[in-house]
Ligand binder design. Structure first.
Ligand SMILES: NC(=O)c1ccc[n+]([C@@H]2O[C@H](COP(=O)([O-])OP(=O)(O)OC[C@H]3O[C@@H](n4cnc5c(N)ncnc54)[C@H](O)[C@@H]3O)[C@@H](O)[C@H]2O)c1
Length: 328
């Protein structure tokens, strides 16, 4: 059945691909974005669709959210993705990160309760903070370091509080689900100095400049292709119950590949993919508070949503490189 869906942060990296998927599945979609980090070209394909609306506005604003509701005559589901993401912002603009990430979640949760909408929160593995024990389970403890050392957890701690706000509303009747994407990558990922690592490495190749690897390059991440992430968001919002009838409200889902890769080998893999355009890899100072390892356990996503990451890192990097060839 066609649903009326609000995607906040809909012009961003994940949001725009999620809008495309929702439209292709026959739903009506309104994307709300203030274009802080969103890009108009991300929504080119969506704009060709008659069931798509874009609203330029602030996800913290009750009035702007209400305009989305009025556009579709109701909202059955909110995918809340609007947030300030990108490591450099966490350090440079901690106040703004805290403000937007918390207030946009409080405002959208409030509307979901008022409208009786289902709610999917885009949280993050950073909501676990500095925890050293891996893999990260859906219910792992969160550990945050002393804020006088660095401001990195402006982001992670705001995502933690976002989860608290959603769980609180779930206790009061909201149908709320939480997803935690692990290092998504795809053609639309931002590769500028405020961007994320895979895209920054490809950007270095495009400019034929050395790839910068932070620290000693031994820190690991798990990289998840955009199509796999979008599928996880889709299932978390679409399914009424788990594949074995489990209740989904109040559940959180780690969405990540279990292929653990260190930054040095990521840079080497990217060099292999681009062949003759490979560049030098140099080590440089990283950000304070960067985690050494981040690896998910995705038991809930597998057993409740039937979600599996389908795209290997090698195939994903090849497809990104091929997609980037068609970019200006
Ligand atoms: N990309 C990842 O790997 C990843 C990992 C963990 C969590 N997440 C979370 O998933 C969500 C989407 O991430 P993304 O990678 O697509 O980031 P993104 O920066 O590309 O998208 C976020 C969008 O939100 C918009 N936005 C920011 N403040 C806003 C506001 N006040 N009102 C309206 N729109 C606003 C931005 O302009 C941007 O288009 C975010 O909540 C992010 O924290 C992403």
């Amino acid at each position: 059945m066609s649903q009326r869906i609000l995607v906040t942060g809909g012009a961003g990296f994940i949001g725009s691909s999620l809008c495309e998927r929702l439209l292709n599945e026959g739903h009506q979609v309104v994307a709300l974005d203030n274009m802080f980090r969103g890009r108009a070209e991300n929504l080119k394909e969506c704009h060709e669709h008659p069931s798509f609306h874009f609203l330029s506005g602030d996800a913290c604003s009750s009035d702007d959210l209400q305009r989305c509701f009025d556009l579709l005559g109701g909202i059955d589901l909110i995918h809340h993705l609007a947030a300030i993401n990108g490591t450099r912002w966490f350090h440079e603009a901690a106040r703004q990160v805290i403000d937007v990430n918390i207030n946009a979640t409080l405002a959208t949760v409030e509307k979901a309760v008022e409208w009786g909408s289902r709610y999917v929160l885009a949280s993050s593995p950073e909501a676990f903070g500095d925890v050293s024990s891996m893999p990260l389970m859906e219910g792992s403890e969160s550990v945050f370091s002393n804020p006088s050392q660095h401001q990195r957890f402006a982001y992670g701690a705001s995502k933690y509080l976002d989860e608290v706000a959603v769980q609180h509303a779930v206790r009061n009747g909201l149908d709320g689900r939480i997803v935690r994407p692990f290092n998504g990558y795809g053609v639309r990922l931002m590769g500028d100095e405020y961007g994320q690592v895979v895209a920054m490495m490809f950007e270095a190749i495009r400019r034929q400049e050395p790839i910068n690897v932070h620290g000693d390059g031994q820190q690991t991440r798990s990289f998840t292709h955009i199509d796999d992430l979008v599928n996880g968001f889709y299932l978390a919002g679409h399914l009424d119950g788990g594949i074995e009838g489990q209740p989904l409200s109040g559940s959180s889902f780690n969405l990540g590949s279990e292929e653990e890769v260190n930054m040095l080998s990521l840079a080497q893999s990217i060099n292999e993919v681009v062949g003759s355009q490979a560049v030098d890899i140099v080590l440089s100072e990283g950000y304070h508070g960067d985690s050494m390892r981040r690896l998910p356990n995705c038991t809930n996503a597998v057993s409740m949503l039937g979600w599996h990451p389908a795209i290997s890192l090698k195939d994903g990097l090849i497809s990104v490189w091929s997609g980037l060839q068609h970019q200006p």
